[in-house]
Design a protein around this ligand. Sequence first.
Ligand SMILES: Cc1cc2nc3c(=O)[nH]c(=O)nc-3n(C[C@H](O)[C@H](O)[C@H](O)COP(=O)(O)OP(=O)(O)OC[C@H]3O[C@@H](n4cnc5c(N)ncnc54)[C@H](O)[C@@H]3O)c2cc1C
Ligand SMILES: NC(=O)c1ccc[n+]([C@@H]2O[C@H](COP(=O)([O-])OP(=O)(O)OC[C@H]3O[C@@H](n4cnc5c(N)ncnc54)[C@H](O)[C@@H]3O)[C@@H](O)[C@H]2O)c1
Length: 484
Amino acid sequence: MLNDMKPIHVNVAVIGAGTAGMGAYRAARAHTDSVLLIEGDVYGTTCARVGCMPSKLLIAAAEAAHQARHTEAFGVQVKDITIDGAAVMARVQRERNRFVGFVLETVEAIPPCDRLKAKVSFQDANTLVTEHGQLIHAQRVVIATGSIPMLPPVLKGLSAHLLTNESVFDLPTLPTSLAVFGPGILGMELAQAMSRLGVKVKVFGVGGGIAGIRDPAIRDYANKVLNEEFYLDASAQVKSVKEWAGGVEVHYLHRDGAWQTEPFEYVLAAAGRTPNLAGLVLENTGLQLNERGVPVFDRFTQQCGSSAIFIAGDASNDIPLLHEAADQGRIAGENAGRYPDIQPGLRRTPLAVVFTDPQIASVGFNLKQLNQQFKDRFAEGLVSFEDQGRSRVMLRNKGILKVYGEHGSGLFLGAEMFGPAAEHTGHLLAWAAQQRMTVSGMLEMPFYHPVIEEGLRTALRDLNHKLRIGPPVIERCMDCGPGA
Ligand SMILES: Cc1cc2nc3c(=O)[nH]c(=O)nc-3n(C[C@H](O)[C@H](O)[C@H](O)COP(=O)(O)OP(=O)(O)OC[C@H]3O[C@@H](n4cnc5c(N)ncnc54)[C@H](O)[C@@H]3O)c2cc1C
Ligand SMILES: NC(=O)c1ccc[n+]([C@@H]2O[C@H](COP(=O)([O-])OP(=O)(O)OC[C@H]3O[C@@H](n4cnc5c(N)ncnc54)[C@H](O)[C@@H]3O)[C@@H](O)[C@H]2O)c1
């Protein structure tokens, strides 16, 4: 690893060895041997260390507990379910460390002369400086510095009992109680998981949003279903959160109308993430910055203005998800490596999944974008999973799916779902949208029986009818199979 203080000269410097940065490094390296990957903190990526993987591991434990508690309706008795909090967290950490280990192996495989462990900032558009004063002259730079949790004002000043995604997965055991601030994607996943693992959970939000759901009908449905499991107020009034030796006290207006003060062992800040750009001194680059301090960039080339600086991953504030970080990193790295030959890369159909139960998926154009870009030129099809055959067989018959299509062309435009196996339905729909399929074309595809996808077929038939292309949906269509 490079560590002496002589100035370094490279063709491409990549700041941040997360998913986007490692992808950018690899892509740039295909075009030039002179690439430096700079990491200011621990290797391992946000996704593997404190993001996607440990959160899904915790959710998996919660699902196991939930399934064990809900066997009776099937005539199956499971007695004496106990949750060993230390064992739950031990598995989360053990498996998390395994995933991190794979990342570390990838890092180790990068030649040491291509790696620098230092926090850097810009001295000018082509010069980086480490915290120790070492200069790096780079003809091209990729910014891939990720994002950091935002702390809501009401939680400022808390310390020992304040958790973020950086600390929650390292708890030695499950907390007894948890106040979650932010019913966003992260907050809802972790709140439900903790609740199912026996933690007393209350979720406080502002503005009524739930896990990024755009459609008010789907959001209201999710609000109702999730509230059956734990207290969730997406438009809460919280006056104060005070820390004491044993935890925190939250002073809030309960939905029943009374102000109350309630103790929790921990509070989890899940009120959003912000691009991690503050330490880069971007003013020294001369780049045009937007209102959030993010360089203005082209989302197909990742190039910032007409400069030799590229941006990728959560740092760009453009769909902060893992697969997007990987795509953006690759595009940024290819263009930095090839510079000045800049080429647009493939940006895929938007797809997001939230691993609550029921899951949430959104695909393609969301309702806000449809209202802006398609106004009266789109229709929606709907299915409820409450009576859907396969969902009911498995007692997972909660949720709704809305699918959107364009009048005239009959093109499938997007979808939003809160329902069973939304991670899989979301993929089918994203693939169809990226293939620019029409709703009629999607209905020509095979559907097995009895499966959850038959619910999707009902929604698509409803949509095709609303687009004035197909007949109305036949209630209890027996040639589709019972309960389809
Ligand atoms: C709890 C949680 C759960 C998530 N679950 C999912 C999920 O299920 N599916 C999904 O698609 N996405 C999920 N995400 C989002 C996903 O983890 C991120 O979109 C992705 O990891 C971003 O990758 P990145 O490369 O942009 O950033 P990172 O992996 O954070 O990499 C940025 C790197 O830059 C380094 N750095 C920062 N500043 C400097 C500097 N000045 N000098 C040098 N180095 C610097 C940092 O130390 C860091 O290593 C989740 C996120 C969280 C927090
Ligand atoms: N399954 C996944 O793909 C997954 C899972 C977890 C996280 N993530 C990624 O991590 C990012 C960050 O997640 P997040 O949930 O923190 O952000 P988010 O933007 O999805 O949600 C933040 C929530 O906090 C609320 N909020 C804001 N200020 C608040 C306050 N003062 N008090 C209470 N609530 C407040 C917002 O209204 C919003 O509902 C997501 O955008 C997502 O990209 C993805």
